[in-house]
Design a protein. Structure first.
Length: 322
């Protein structure tokens, strides 16, 4: 924590703090030389709903492109899932695209959606139980960057991982590698289906993360609302502007909230100073090539078995084998 950004430290308990973990992450992230907030906190109820709206935006090609690849190759992907197996999905969200795999693999015995948004996860699981009454739906509310606590009763069941949505692109490369290596160590894991967005035209990429209706801006800005509600922070919304830009060095889109003026924001235990134009880095969306996707898979102990793309090579669904 620097003296400039943290003028006051107060250790006294505060009733306004309903999410001490978020408060701790926020103070840590906002106290560094480059201010950051971890993207996993974007997904409160409102954030989950806003993300679902993003998936339907005209500019946001990844969801519909990945959905089309999954539909085109559903039979082959379904056949690659072992009979009686479990599909373990990381960052499952609304599990919409998942239904293509569930329909193509009626021989599955269990579906394990893993997501940090516990309430949304339970609602989605209830909906899937209604749609697939013979399937054992076993939701796990957890942070997928740590060990995924899989039910002991699924220990001997053959497993296939599923990580769509290019959510892997939100992770730093070493965290992405650790996540894939962690999945490689699941008992009886037989494969992994990974969706990644591919490097493409910069304007198209930036538009996908800065849509004309401002839904992505609302999604990122909602983190400030969440901080105010769950930690008692006093962020003023109109004091920050949303900005998405292409980072050619890291081959990723950076999503930031930029301070419109000199200001001080107070959180319980910290006062954070912002200069006009200073940014909080909230999220990144890394784009891959098939080559560096293969390198990532190999570094985590997987082999790139098949890479399925759309006709224009906008998005890839890769099947990894142990
Ligand atoms: C980009 S959305 C993708 C949702 C869905 N899989 C899709 O393809 O449309 C990311 C999802 O991952 C979840 N998520 C983000 N960070 C997470 C973390 N660290 N641990 C577990 N889930 C996380 C979010 O709650 C959200 O549902």
């Amino acid at each position: 924590m620097t003296k400039d950004s943290l003028a006051r430290i107060d250790e006294s308990p505060n009733d306004a703090v309903t999410n001490p973990e978020l408060l701790r992450d926020a103070i840590e992230g906002l106290s560094g030389a480059e201010k950051t907030l971890p993207p996993k906190w974007l997904y409160d109820r409102q954030g989950c709903d806003l993300f679902e709206r993003i998936t339907t935006l005209p500019e946001y090609y990844p969801t519909r492109t990945e959905a089309a690849i999954l539909e085109t190759h559903a039979a082959a992907l379904g056949a690659s899932i072992p009979p009686g197996g479990a599909l373990v999905e990381l960052g499952s969200g609304a599990s919409v695209k998942t239904r293509t795999l569930l329909d193509a693999a009626p021989h599955l015995s269990a579906y394990v959606p893993v997501d940090i948004a516990a309430g949304f996860l339970e609602e989605t699981a209830a909906d899937l139980r209604r749609r697939y009454p013979r399937l054992d739906v076993v939701p796990v509310a957890a942070d997928f960057t740590g060990p995924v606590p899989l039910s002991p009763r699924l220990r001997d069941v053959p497993k296939v991982g599923f990580f769509p949505g290019s959510t892997i692109g939100n992770l730093e490369p070493e965290i992405a590698r650790d996540l894939l290596a962690g999945a490689r160590a699941w008992p009886n894991v037989e494969g992994f289906i990974l969706g990644v967005d591919l490097v493409k035209d910069t304007d198209e990429l930036v538009a996908a993360y800065d849509d004309a209706q401002g839904v992505t801006a609302a999604f990122i800005g909602n983190l400030l609302t969440r901080l105010n509600r769950e930690t008692g922070a006093d962020f003023a919304h109109d004091a920050f502007a949303y900005e998405a830009s292409w980072n050619a060095v890291a081959t990723r889109i950076d999503m930031r909230l930029v301070s419109r003026r000199d200001q001080v924001v107070t959180l319980p235990g910290a006062r954070i100073g912002f200069a006009a134009g200073e940014a909080i880095h909230v999220s990144a969306a890394r784009k891959y090539t098939v080559e560096n996707l293969g390198a990532l898979a190999r570094s985590a102990g997987w082999k790139l078995d098949r890479v399925l793309t759309d006709r224009e090579d906008r998005f890839a669904v890769a099947r990894l084998a142990p």
